[in-house]
Design a protein around this ligand. Structure first.
Ligand code: SF4
Length: 305
């Protein structure tokens, strides 16, 4: 029994087959790193999660170019995932060239653009709307790294924009007919389970199309990793059981229409300081599945009518 709407299940329902993201690094930067907003980036940032991303300049791609070449996937089963850093933080004409190239590439069933809500201005919105209309047969998604609705958490992680900017961006993307996927981090210091569920309820109210629930990783080479190495005792690092409990509750409170794209994180194991259990992804997913079964949780089961 499927207890939640996974991305794989949604792809099968919508496209009749599984689709696989392939992470791209289009040589962007981020206003939270280049000095416009900040220079140190978000406290956990190790390059906008682009560890496994392939350099991309718009040239046609082959399957051999990809780092993860899924055995069951054929041409047209991949999604061009613009992952590294902030992928709308560049002149619009450059963005047009990159996104159009990926949409034209027969390797890709569509594109997914990871960015910050404060980097989606009117010009970017017009471009995204135009491309979405020009390629109606392609999947088209924008991913926003919100992480939490709470200002204390936003300040701690040095996110650099308030919740109102996120809300406005989601409204604009929806008016343009674009699906929105939101990243949420579980395990932010001092965030209680109630606070995490408040974030989930807010996302329900925003009518987003998808969510990625990710564990806070303490990585070498990040400011958070440095703080952790100096004094690990100052942090409460979640255990696998605690994480599975929180994820189960998030699923129980999430609108059943929202597609769950991820239930853990894919941090670079080589740099991972904590939690080390997260390296074993299969065990993480099995523990979550068991928790859902034991507590008889299905997506949205605790939502009030
Ligand atoms: S917005 Fe993304 S790329 Fe920029 S500093 Fe934060 S995590 Fe890194």
């Amino acid at each position: 029994m499927e207890r939640y709407l996974s991305f794989a299940a949604w792809c099968r329902e919508t496209y009749g087959r599984r689709l696989y993201r392939t992470a791209l690094d289009a040589n962007m930067t981020c206003p939270n790193r280049d000095g416009k907003i900040g220079t140190r980036g978000c406290i956990f940032c190790a390059g906008g999660s682009g560890d496994f991303a392939v350099k991309y300049d718009g040239a046609p791609m082959k399957r051999e170019d990809m780092i993860f070449n899924h055995q069951n996937a054929s041409e047209g089963d991949y999604i061009a995932y613009f992952q590294a850093y902030t992928n709308t933080y560049a002149p619009v004409e450059r963005l047009r060239k990159l996104f159009t190239a990926a949409l034209e590439d027969t390797l890709f069933a569509g594109i997914s653009i990871a960015t910050r809500p404060d980097c989606v201005d009117e010009d970017v919105l017009c471009l995204l709307k135009e491309l979405k209309q020009n390629y109606p047969q392609k999947m088209f998604m924008v991913e926003l790294g919100l992480q939490s609705i709470h200002e204390t958490s936003a300040k701690w992680m040095r996110r650099g924009y308030p919740l109102a900017v996120f809300d406005e961006c989601v409204r604009g993307l929806h008016e343009a007919g674009i699906d929105v996927i939101v990243h949420v981090i579980i395990g932010i210091p001092d965030e209680t389970t109630e606070m995490i569920l408040e974030t989930i309820h807010h996302l329900n109210e925003c009518h987003i199309q998808g969510v990625k629930l990710q564990l806070l990783h303490y990585l070498k080479g990040t400011d958070l990793g440095d703080l952790y190495e100096k004094n690990p005792d100052q942090f409460h690092v979640l255990s696998l059981e605690e994480y599975a409990d929180i994820i189960a509750l998030c699923i129980a409170h999430l609108n059943p229409d929202i597609v769950i794209h991820r239930l853990s994180g894919d941090g670079n194991g080589e740099y991972l300081l904590a939690p080390l259990w997260s390296k074993d992804k299969r065990r993480v997913l099995n523990t979550i599945s068991r928790q859902l079964k034991v507590k008889n949780i299905t997506q949205g089961c605790l939502l009030k009518p």
